[in-house]
Design a binder for this molecule. Structure first.
Ligand SMILES: Nc1ncnc2c1ncn2[C@@H]1O[C@H](COP(=O)(O)OP(=O)(O)OP(=O)(O)O)[C@@H](O)[C@H]1O
Length: 257
């Protein structure tokens, strides 16, 4: 399915990263990353396993700190945030975890209202119910509201995980491997949901994936992490129009297996 038209404001950056470096002892993972994410844009980050994609989004969400370089997120410098700023930022930057991170002992309703109640303790029961129903409807799973996570399929759990991120109406959504472990048809549905979220919530997103169909379907722009830097970026076709063996191998692996 072709990517729907999107409304991107190229005058406004929501994330701006310059010369970001991050090592773990002698493992130099990020070696000078530069990146801009524009308002309303879906940006796909590609890269082989272990290249530092998760480290990058953990730094963006304040779960890890950079060794050096500048990381600006929604106008805040991540290198010198106080606890209050960090808490505010974590509400505005939603993290959709690879394993969906649902609480198995809670119903779908309780899973989704949990972050809402924690962040807005003054909301009435009626307001909470309305917002939970709305977000479940947006991910197409209102009928599962009273079910337990164990009763859901992998694709449904993924949708509920995304709904739990959306309940706080984030400005930025970070998707960590959104299609990992799903069958091809469910992958297509999740890709469509990512595009619907972009349209409905006017959010910007970073999508980390190995899945080139996901990249092509959801990405307004693709960047590829190679040896600790973004050496290739552009449209899907631009990124793969190269003789660079590292890039060609990645493409061939996806489309010839
Ligand atoms: N907290 C940590 N302490 C030490 N090393 C770490 C830590 N987090 C990540 N690393 C290392 O950083 C490198 C990049 O890890 P990262 O999880 O970002 O890879 P990735 O590109 O997301 O891979 P995958 O696609 O397999 O998830 C790996 O070598 C990993 O071992």
């Amino acid at each position: 399915m072709a990517k729907p038209n999107t409304n991107i404001d190229y005058q406004q950056t929501v994330i701006s990263i310059r010369d970001l470096k991050k090592s773990f002892d002698t493992n130099h993972v990020l070696r000078g990353v530069d990146l801009d994410l524009y308002q309303g844009e879906n940006l796909v980050v590609l890269g082989r396993s272990g290249t530092g994609k998760s480290v990058l989004i953990k730094i963006i969400s304040g779960l890890l700190t950079a060794d050096s370089g500048e990381v600006m997120v929604l106008g805040k410098n991540m290198n010198n945030l106080d606890r209050h700023d960090l808490r505010e930022l974590r509400i505005k930057v939603g993290f959709s975890f690879q394993n969906s991170a649902l609480y198995d002992s809670m119903t779908v309703r309780k899973n989704i209202e949990f972050p809402l109640v924690r962040n807005s303790p003054k909301l009435t029961r009626g307001e909470i119910d309305k917002q939970v129903a709305e977000v479940l409807d947006n991910v197409g799973l209102l009928q599962t509201i009273n079910q337990m996570p164990s009763e859901l399929s992998g694709g449904q759990r993924k949708r509920i995980g995304i709904a739990r991120t959306l309940i706080l109406k984030p400005d930025i959504v970070l998707y960590d491997e959104p299609t990992a472990g799903l069958d091809p048809i469910t992958c297509i549905e999740i890709n469509e949901l990512i595009n619907e979220v972009q349209q409905l919530y006017h959010a910007s997103a970073i999508i980390i994936t190995h899945d080139l169909t996901c990249a092509k379907t959801t990405g307004d722009r693709i960047v590829m992490l190679l040896d600790g830097k973004f050496e290739r970026q552009g449209s899907f076709e631009e990124v793969f129009d190269t003789n660079d063996e590292r890039v060609k191998a990645f493409y061939d692996y996806n489309f010839t297996q």
